[in-house]
Design a protein around this ligand. Structure first.
Ligand SMILES: *Cc1c(COP(=O)(O)O)cnc(C)c1O
Length: 223
């Protein structure tokens, strides 16, 4: 697969779902990909990228941001509070807001910095013990808490369990977003982004289908 294959498939899925052309943003997940591959995709015109570790992103993106105009960088991995400042300075969106303590830290830093990236609340739709995210039953309360802190919550994000039908999780995420009046839905990866678009995804996070299999295994999902 190449970038243009994926963008064509996204366009076709938008049409199939009766959605406006361009209503789905592709977040190209570049974690652990060699810089040459990332540069190729930038040269082909892609500007929105996802990374799951702050440290790794800080090592490669400042240089690309100098070279390519309009880069839109999303943090999609777990964010430790002690890296929150660095993340807020580097990323345009943080999709992994998953706990009250982090929300409070982000709110304090937003005051201090006078700006805040767009935020997505990560929901652990599969209620998996090892996975980050707020539980579905706690989502409404947590979203209200973020709003009370004046945080710019734009939407929700989920990573369904690997062994379950992802559509059920996408539908649940869409339902939680709707009742909380949130328009952003980050859901769908290489194997299921078309299903996610059918269920309302506004952001799909596609890595291996664009870049090929990741060379190094990713040890966890820590920011
Ligand atoms: C790695 C990753 C992706 C991309 O996964 P692919 O299957 O390679 O498309 C999407 N979302 C998150 C949170 C990830 O960590």
């Amino acid at each position: 697969m190449s970038l243009s294959d994926i963008t064509s498939r996204i366009a076709a899925a938008e049409v199939a779902a009766g959605r406006a052309a361009g209503s789905v943003q592709l977040v190209a997940v570049s974690k652990v990909q060699p810089n040459e591959r990332v540069a190729e995709v930038l040269v082909q015109g892609q500007r929105c990228f996802g990374e799951n570790r702050v440290q790794e992103a800080a090592g490669k993106w400042p240089e690309f941001i100098k070279q390519f105009e309009g880069v839109d960088l999303h943090l999609i991995g777990r964010l430790q509070s002690n890296k929150a400042r660095q993340a807020m300075e580097l990323f345009d969106s943080i999709q992994s807001v998953d706990r009250p303590k982090l929300a409070q830290t982000l709110a304090r830093l937003a005051q201090e910095l006078g700006r805040c990236p767009d935020l997505f609340v990560q929901v652990n739709t599969g209620e998996e013990a090892q996975k980050a995210g707020i539980l579905p039953g706690d989502a409404d309360g947590f979203i209200a808490e973020c709003r009370a802190l004046d945080l710019p919550v734009k939407g929700l994000m989920c990573i369904p369990p690997v062994d379950e039908e992802s559509s059920l999780h996408f539908a649940l995420l869409a339902k939680i977003a709707k009742r909380n009046d949130l328009s952003g839905l980050s859901m769908g990866m290489s194997g299921d982004f078309e299903k996610a678009i059918a269920l309302g995804a506004t952001h799909v996070r596609v890595g291996s289908a664009i870049f090929g299999e990741r060379v190094k295994p990713v040890a966890g999902n820590e920011g």
